[in-house]
Design a binder for this molecule. Structure first.
Ligand code: TYD
Length: 225
């Protein structure tokens, strides 16, 4: 069955209401190359946190806001410039940065302030891993200056070939960054970023869904009160 964006989007925005937490919610981000399983695991983790009596907002970037919707169209190859070329890398970097600010203002900050945990499918590390391949690295880093850091970032690391196989099996349409050669560089960027930042938790994304979910739950147990 083809990937149904609208339905996925509706579900991902659902808020689970199972009890209250005191103070600010926890901001958790799942990262990885396309087909790494972040979408599946965000859903499982959100249910897991809700089952622990926490309120949870499951969300994602590109977000459901105006810039995020435009980004999804561009990722699918729409909005080409007049000579038929794809939208420039620097433009993509600005749009992802703009979507992030919009996502924070519209969804993430209000939820965290209300004591709701936020679990996001992609965030800052995606911009570093992907846009550094198509725009100046320092400039891309500069766009992230002053932006809220997540409390926890989990990277699902797996071979590009397995991720490609999963995308094909799910019938997902080919998107802007889906070429194996591109994702190989993105995967390397992710690994380098995680190696330089001990706060990023790296897990084996090639394992089965249940195994990855258990590894994430175990990592979260170390973080949760
Ligand atoms: P993806 O997360 O796979 O969503 P979907 O399941 O709807 O296809 O697609 C988002 C794409 O956007 C993915 O290729 C990574 C890319 N991306 C960036 O390049 N930079 C960013 O900052 C973000 C958030 C995403």
């Amino acid at each position: 069955m083809p990937h149904d964006r609208t339905r996925t989007f509706d579900f991902r925005l659902s808020t689970f209401n199972y009890g209250r937490v005191n103070g600010r919610g926890l901001f958790v981000v799942l990262e990885g190359i396309d087909g790494s399983g972040t979408t599946t695991q965000v859903d499982i983790l959100s249910r897991d946190l809700a089952g622990r009596g926490r309120r949870v907002l499951a969300t994602r970037e590109p977000s459901g806001g105006p810039v995020g919707r435009l980004l999804r169209e561009i990722l699918l190859g729409q909005h080409r410039v007049p000579d038929g070329a794809a939208v420039a890398g620097a433009t993509m970097a600005l749009l992802f940065a703009a979507d992030r600010r919009d996502h924070l203002q519209r969804e993430v900050e209000p939820a965290l302030a209300a004591g709701t945990d936020v679990v996001s499918d992609r965030y800052l590390l995606s911009s570093f891993a992907y846009q550094m391949e198509e725009a100046d690295r320092d400039w891309v880093r500069g766009l992230a200056r002053g932006v809220r850091q997540p409390d926890v970032t989990i990277l699902l690391d797996l071979p590009v070939a397995i991720a490609a196989q999963r995308r094909r099996a799910a019938g997902r349409p080919e998107e802007r960054y889906d070429a194996d050669a591109t994702l190989e560089k993105v995967a390397q960027n992710y690994r380098a970023l995680a190696a330089a930042d001990p706060s990023v938790i790296v897990l084996d994304g090639a394992a089965g869904v249940d195994e990855v979910a258990a590894a994430i739950a175990s990592a979260m147990s170390d973080v949760l009160p």
